[in-house]
Ligand binder design. Structure first.
Ligand SMILES: O=C(O)CCC(=O)C(=O)O
Ligand SMILES: [Fe+2]
Length: 205
């Protein structure tokens, strides 16, 4: 994906999604872009523009730190060159998934997420009970030199058992939003990512 939608990496993600419903690619983002996105996330944290994340949607939406302890900022087109570059890469991936897997993905929403040391996100599915548009989840990691002993894995609950993915900078995890339960384990250091969702047409049920 560092190059075109036809890149081998995109083909691997498409194949993995079709065959097993999830994919993890190390060094999927260009190193320079990862560094710029990490810097933007850090600056937004320092200037107070990250807000406590909530769970649920609509009127059921609420902040519950016992469920998830990250702070977030939604990416909007035009907010920075790095964010725009990331949104462009994701749009390439969206088009590729539609061409190859006929998923009918219409748009993409994503936010920076910063988990302070000790913060976590309990086991969950990304598709809301009352809104089934979220179809494919994508998480990009922004942390240089992550060590396994620092914790902070994304734990995937696969049919064959648990799989832990560490949030090393440039890594990308892609999975089917309605099917794969997952959780974020606490870390001993700050953990930064961009969590996003390709959505189908439709609306709240
Ligand atoms: O940061 C991660 O590894 C996953 C985050 C997540 O599950 C979410 O935001 O829904
Ligand atoms: Fe999630």
């Amino acid at each position: 994906m560092t190059a075109s939608p036809e890149s081998p990496l995109t083909a691997l993600i498409v194949d993995d999604l079709a065959n097993q419903g999830w994919s993890h690619q190390c060094l999927a983002l260009p190193a320079e872009l990862t560094a710029k996105l990490a810097e933007e996330c850090r600056v937004r944290s320092a200037d107070g523009s990250l807000a406590p994340a909530s769970v649920g949607r609509g009127e059921g939406q609420q902040v519950r730190e016992g469920v998830r302890g990250d702070r977030i900022h939604w990416l909007e087109p035009g907010q920075s060159a790095a964010s725009d570059a990331y949104l462009a890469l994701m749009d390439d991936l969206r088009q590729r998934l539609n061409l190859e897997l006929y998923l009918g993905l219409e748009d993409f929403e994503c936010h920076f997420a910063l988990y302070p040391p000790g913060a976590f996100y309990q086991k969950h599915l990304d598709r809301f009970r009352d809104d089934d548009r979220r179809t494919v989840s994508v998480v990009a990691y922004l942390n240089a030199d992550w060590q396994a002993e620092q914790g902070g894995a994304l734990r995937l609950y696969l049919a064959e058992g648990e799989r832990d993915v560490f949030p090393e900078g440039g890594g990308l995890v892609v999975f089917l939003s309605a099917e794969l339960p997952h959780e974020v384990l606490p870390a001993t250091r700050e953990r930064m990512s961009i969590a996003g969702w390709f959505r189908r047409r439709g609306g709240p049920l």
